[in-house]
Ligand binder design. Structure first.
Ligand code: S3P
Length: 448
């Protein structure tokens, strides 16, 4: 919701050992897509393990506004879809809260129907660039009327006579790719998206699961994804896997808290999402993948993370950026406790997330006593080594859940407690963060 409540100041103190099992919530990306594709199928889709964070609840409300029935009985969400091209025109403004994924995917899904919808969000979302989505949607025939710089609030006039589109994404973005594919669902003929760098492929996998004809192949131009328009999507029974981006927090906390041994079960290791875990292993983390298996077509494992006092800074390969884009903030925290420099190039996209994540992390880390260098599309953290980070400051979360959680993880191993000015945004993606972390032995609390 855009009416974010009063700030919730939070504090974390030196903790450990962290022990036990951390059952993190469902995957945010897959949860949004389950609701949107369920709303576009004919008949009833069921979803278990849906992330009930505010971002996803806002997408559920949006799907109701476009005419789908969405509700929960017991542990299962039921979505009665209206079919591709069946969206009704919403009567009210669609409030996507803090969620870039929600708004961008929904814009794509409605842009090739003859309806209008006005979108808004919170201060963070209303400052983020939308032209990256409205530019390709214009090629289908949709029109966008927003604020200067392509910002929300914005009205999209969907088109009655969509044209199929061939589009090369100018930035590595699964949200842009997915918006184009969802728009392509109601266009005749074939819609083609080409991405030079592979981004998370949940939309492609799930569209195929819902019965769309979609292919993906590697060419000299990059990954070429071809979707046949106007399919009848078949409803599905979806079990949402647990979110690797949420798993990152207890995993990284275990690495930096003395004596820790934490199991994070059932985490998807889809190669388009798992870059952080390989990076941590390269830094010398005691992180293992146990019981590697396949579930619902995705590689899954239980992650086991133990205290790792001898981490070393590394060069993170830029071609890995898309597969760990949401994890750089918490990686920078681990890097602060490693010895030497961790250099993170090729990460310009971090500047247009829920906040400018390079700027937000660099400011708080510097205040906590860690040296950070940065350029437009890179940053380096100069690690102090275990036990040598001072802390003792209040970091600004900038309405960004991952910034708030990252600084609270930092404070679990700093000499003095770390505070964040507002932990409220954590509820967008990881509502049980505080309970889960404290259940492992962390000392994280709210300050009155
Ligand atoms: C997401 C894609 C990523 C990621 C976001 C979720 C998705 O954004 O940062 O948290 O579900 O498609 P971009 O595609 O803009 O990089």
């Amino acid at each position: 919701m855009s009416s974010h409540g009063d700030p919730i100041p939070m504090i974390s103190r030196s903790s450990g050992p962290l022990t036990g099992a951390a059952h993190v919530p469902g995957d945010k990306s897959i949860s949004h897509r389950s609701l949107i594709l369920g709303a576009l199928a004919v008949g009833e889709t069921t979803v278990t393990g849906l992330l009930e964070g505010q971002d996803v609840l806002d997408t559920a409300a949006a799907m109701r506004a476009f005419g789908a029935e969405v509700g929960k009985r017991g542990d299962t969400w039921h979505i009665h879809g209206v079919g591709v091209g069946g969206f009704a025109e919403p009567e009210q403004v669609i409030d996507c809260g803090n969620s870039g994924t929600g708004v961008r995917l929904i814009m794509g899904a409605m842009a090739t129907s003859p309806i209008a919808a006005t979108f808004t969000g919170d201060a963070s979302l209303n400052s983020r660039p939308m032209a990256r989505v409205t530019d390709p949607l214009a090629l289908f025939g949709a029109r966008a009327y927003g604020r200067a710089g392509g910002r929300l609030p914005m009205t999209i006039m969907g088109t009655q006579d969509p044209l199929p589109v061939r589009y090369t994404t100018p930035v590595p973005s699964a949200q842009v790719k997915s918006a184009v594919l969802l728009a392509g669902l109601n266009a005749p003929g074939e819609t083609v998206v080409i991405e030079r760098e592979a981004t998370r492929d949940h939309s492609e996998r799930m569209l195929a699961g819902f019965g769309a004809s979609i292919t993906s192949e590697q060419s000299e131009e990059g990954r070429v994804i071809t979707l046949k328009g106007q399919p009848e999507l078949r409803p599905q029974a979806i079990t949402v896997p647990r979110d690797p981006s949420s798993a990152a927090f207890p995993v990284c906390a275990a690495l930096i808290c003395e004596g820790s041994d934490v199991l994070v079960p059932n985490i998807g290791l889809n190669p388009t999402r798992a870059g952080l875990f390989f990076t941590l292993q390269e830094m010398g983390a005691d992180l293992t993948f146990e019981d590697m298996r396949e579930e619902g077509g995705e590689p899954v494992a239980d992650l086991r993370a133990r205290f790792s006092p001898d981490l070393a800074g590394i060069e993170v390969p830029p071609e890995r950026a898309a597969s760990m884009i949401d994890e750089y903030p918490v990686l920078s925290v681990v890097a602060a406790f490693a010895k030497g420099k961790t250099h993170m190039p090729g990460v310009k996209e971090l500047r247009v997330k829920e906040s400018d994540r390079i700027d937000a992390m660099a400011s708080g880390l510097r205040a906590a006593g860690v040296a950070v260098d940065e350029g437009e599309d890179w940053w380096s953290v100069h690690g102090e080594g275990f036990g040598r980070v001072k802390g003792g400051v209040t970091a600004a979360s900038h309405l960004d859940h991952r910034i708030a959680m990252s600084f609270l993880i930092l404070g679990l191993a700093t000499q003095e407690p770390m505070r964040v000015d507002d932990g409220g945004p954590i509820a967008t993606s990881f509502p049980i963060f505080e309970t889960l972390m404290n259940g492992l032995g962390a000392e994280i609390s709210r300050e009155s």
